[in-house]
Ligand binder design. Sequence first.
Ligand code: FE2
Length: 242
Amino acid sequence: MMYIILSDIHSNLQAFEAVVRSFPEGDNPIICAGDIVGYGADPNPCIKQVRALGAVTVLGNHDAAVIDKTDITYFNEYAAEAVLWTRERLNRSGADYLNALPFVHDEKLFTMVHGTLHDPEEFLYMFSGADAMATFDVLKKQICFVGHSHVPCVFILKGGKLYLERSLSKKIRVEEDARYVINVGSVGQPRDGDSRACYCVYDTDNAEIEFRRIEYDVEGARDRIIKAGLPAVLGDRLLYGQ
Ligand SMILES: [Fe+2]
């Protein structure tokens, strides 16, 4: 089976549509680790597309913020402004959809959460080995897919040792005697210095995970943000993948 796993679309329809066009052929399950909305100019079309794809989705902090399910005082000023902008424009159907999303989702082979598994509702960031270990400590499956930081990486726990893999151009081999916490990167606002949209394909038959980078109309997405009256910095950062 091929799972398509993506995260942090952030209302960037140009990036999302390019990613969808790049999906491998076949009726593959689609999994989304949250933050469909926030930052970008097209919240309702992005939610509509996620639903049309039948993607199984968990709640991200920006999704939670626009439906008033989390505090935005810790958001930076531009993120908070985008949350308020999105709240005014989110349609009823989209709000109902976000309201029904869980914090955690389990598949047979893996778990998915937006931030960390040990405290899903706090939307903590996972940058360090210690952060990853807190998730490994409560993870019951072999793999946990996360989003939130917008920086793709793979934490590997094998033989009691923790490894961090940031070199993702080659496929990651899923070994039976190892466990994995995998940040799938961001579709709509990458922050690893690469402006291309990012997502993962998990091929369970071959026990391989591939990170894919997809070019899209970055300047078009930036223009949409600026024309929508959102902070220009949210458009500019897309150009640099930051
Ligand atoms: Fe995000």
